[in-house]
Design a binder for this molecule. Sequence first.
Ligand code: ATP
Length: 217
Amino acid sequence: MLKITSVKKSYGDSDARVPVLRGVSFDLAKSQTLALTGESGSGKSTLLHIASGLEAPDSGSVDVLGRDLTRMDDSARAAFRRTEIALVFQQFNLIPSLTVAANISFQAALSGRVDQAHIDTLVQALGLSEQMAKYPEALSGGQQQRVAIARALAAKPKLMLADEPTGNLDEQTADAVLDQMLDLVAQSDAALMVVTHSPKVAARMDRTLHLAGGHIL
Ligand SMILES: Nc1ncnc2c1ncn2[C@@H]1O[C@H](COP(=O)(O)OP(=O)(O)OP(=O)(O)O)[C@@H](O)[C@H]1O
């Protein structure tokens, strides 16, 4: 599903380059789940963004479903990402001018995969039924995060990538969110990589990779 090979990434100008990833390789098979841990600043978000095609590595390859994202042109990569990859950010990135319902169905509509029964199940499981007609500004942070997760899962992506998806949720809601993500992985032969600082979240994944000094330990 996801194969990262010898990925390197630095930031900064040529005379002050700061290496963040120094040659990272790992595989994530379909139906597998993975936690990515590491100290703040170790490059977890950078690696997640590279796995999603949002950022390009300086070198190395990023294969998703057997296709190397680094070799696609921008429009091919954007189209591929829309249908196959879901990225849930720490910030929710909801569209303020759309209702919660429209925010959730927007992504599925873009990918051409609107399954209303699936969306209804997600909305109920994430406790969002009462919020559907509201606008994001009227929701709490935790509610907005749940909308972002429902939106990401609505299109039944094959590769789900999430950056601290339950960071600002209470424990019960966090469990419900993780249940939804794990259910979807199991039902649709997808794969999930979650960046987390939480040992509890990491323990629910099949395995954990730890990032330190630019390498996977
Ligand atoms: N666009 C950028 N330009 C310059 N430096 C960046 C950029 N993005 C990340 N960095 C730097 O790369 C390093 C890794 O950042 P990254 O956000 O990937 O770490 P992280 O492990 O996700 O941290 P956290 O747990 O705090 O979210 C940090 O030193 C950061 O300052």
